[in-house]
Design a binder for this molecule. Structure first.
Ligand code: 8YV
Length: 326
């Protein structure tokens, strides 16, 4: 019997490839070459499944050109690289990798918040540059985490994880804004109060963004929203590039309209707005919020599980499109 053919679009753990090879004919990308869209389409010919990361755009043009494709399994919880409507129209299943990265990503949100508020990277650069010649009373003074007000925009699983860390671990007052309000039990668990976006921006000492990207959430934070924030506030983006207007943020940081920002995601990444690279009061990391070895393995396993389950007739495990069978 002919085994289904799948393409793994990016380099991944050899064990993941080996697992897929137990079920499929696999073409992989061990050297992590950057394939153009035309090359991706060419390699997808004859394939029923593709293992993607957040970097590969799956849209109508690609789907039109790949009529045998039945499933795209994303190794990411976010799936804004999928044109879900086009996938549904083409009868192609999309899956993501939820849950397995929640706590790891919440940890990183907190790490970025603490590094930003306490100016960790800025002071390290100063030290490495040999500029530390004497201690002074106000050297790299930042703002407190404990006892401060944490504002979370986007209260899904990761947002809730950050809320719990803040409320239970650091005695923070937690406020949140979300498309829909959490039920009372979840709010109590997170010790979080629902407020309007405006109230959150005006009140929070630290604003953390964890909303999924969509046309509706594009530039959730721009110049007008930053203008509502306290001049002492910090802004953390671990959601997606495009949630923040990076150019407006760079201006605000330069003019000290807010104290600092911590960014793990960028508009047009891996490019970073040059004005952000030029300001000192921002901590910049290359989209690593889910990057621990066990979590990246679990994400890869879940994407592989989705391909195996679906293409062996058992249905997708974590679909983001309506469920179809292989
Ligand atoms: C991924 C992420 O590492 O899961 C997500 O949505 O942003 C990250 O955890 C990235 O998208 C690569 O797939």
């Amino acid at each position: 019997m002919n085994r289904p053919k799948v393409l793994v679009a990016r380099a991944i753990f050899p064990e993941t490839i080996a697992r897929l090879e137990e079920h499929f004919e696999v073409e992989s990308n061990p050297n992590d070459e950057s394939w153009s869209k035309a090359e991706l389409i060419a390699r997808l010919q004859g394939k029923q499944g593709v293992f993607t990361t957040g970097s590969e755009r799956i849209d109508a043009e690609l789907l039109d050109a790949c009529p045998l494709l039945k499933i795209c399994a994303n190794m990411a919880v976010g799936y804004n690289n999928f044109d879900v409507d086009a996938m549904v129209a083409h009868g192609v299943v999309g899956t993501n990798a939820p849950d397995v990265l929640t706590e790891t990503t919440a940890d990183f949100g907190f790490a970025l918040l603490m590094a930003t508020a306490r100016r960790v990277t800025e002071s390290e650069h100063f030290l490495r540059a040999g500029q530390w010649t004497k201690w002074s009373y106000d050297m790299f003074s930042g703002s407190d985490i404990h006892g401060s007000t944490l504002g979370i925009i986007g209260m899904g699983r990761i947002g809730q994880g950050i809320a719990k860390r803040g409320a239970h671990g650091f005695g923070m007052k937690v406020i949140y804004h979300n498309r829909s309000r959490l039920d009372a039990a979840l709010e109590a668990d997170c010790k979080a109060s629902y407020v309007s976006k405006e109230a959150l921006l005006q009140t929070a000492d630290h604003v953390v963004l964890v909303v999924p990207y969509s046309a509706a959430s594009h530039h959730t934070i721009g110049a007008a929203e930053i203008a509502l924030m306290k001049p002492t506030a910090t802004l953390i983006n671990i959601a997606r590039g495009g949630i923040v207007d990076d150019a407006a943020l760079a201006v605000a940081l330069k003019e000290k309209r807010i104290a600092a920002a911590g960014l793990d995601v960028f508009e047009g990444e891996p490019k970073v707005h040059p004005d952000l690279l030029a300001v000192p009061n921002v901590v910049l990391t290359p989209h690593i919020a889910s990057a621990t070895v066990p979590t990246r393995r679990a994400m890869a396993d879940l994407a592989a599980d989705n391909l195996i389950s679906f293409l062996t007739g058992k249905g997708p495990k974590t679909p983001v499109t309506p469920v179809l069978t292989a």
